[in-house]
Design a protein around this ligand. Structure first.
Ligand code: DQA
Length: 149
């Protein structure tokens, strides 16, 4: 069975309390349960993880190879703008991934305009709030269904 890993980076555990004018009112649990429903309804296995630590995110990505993850949907959060190491981990496992952001980083401070992920991502979805996850997962489901056809 195909499997999607939804991976969240630092401070996303605080969704619902954190800068709600930018990131919205939904908690990470609410986003994850909607995501789980959406993916499982399509007959695809689903797993989600969050970490505030760069090394932990790298370990999770490395592990996803032996866990037979078919596609990763990742919001690297602040590591988007800093982490060559997470980028390298994604390239090392060679699993296609979609980069997701709640906000549109290009409308924000200049230091958020560069991503270490976008040029190697399958696609980028940003700026739709929690719906960014829904759209990205929809695309992920379509990609997997096409591969399995
Ligand atoms: C974010 C955007 C990043 O710039 C920021 O550091 C985050 C969240 C987003 O989802 O909009 O933590 O990835």
């Amino acid at each position: 069975m195909s499997k999607i890993l939804l991976l969240h980076g630092p401070n996303l555990n605080l969704l619902g309390q954190r800068e709600t004018g930018i990131y919205g009112d939904l908690t990470l649990d609410a986003i994850n349960s909607a995501a789980q429903q959406q993916v499982r309804k399509a007959g695809i296995d689903f797993e989600t993880k969050q970490s505030n630590a760069e090394s932990e995110l790298i370990n999770i990505i490395q592990q996803s190879k032996s866990d037979n993850v078919s596609l990763i949907v990742i919001n690297p959060a602040a590591y988007t703008h800093t982490s060559v190491a997470i980028r390298d981990a994604l390239l090392a496992v060679d699993i296609p991934f979609i980069e997701v952001h709640l906000s549109n980083p290009h409308r924000r401070e200049p230091f958020r305009h560069h991503s270490y992920f976008s040029d190697v991502a399958k696609a980028v979805v940003a700026g739709f709030g929690a719906d960014s996850y829904r759209y990205a997962l929809d695309a992920a489901i379509n990609i997997i269904q096409k591969i399995n056809d």
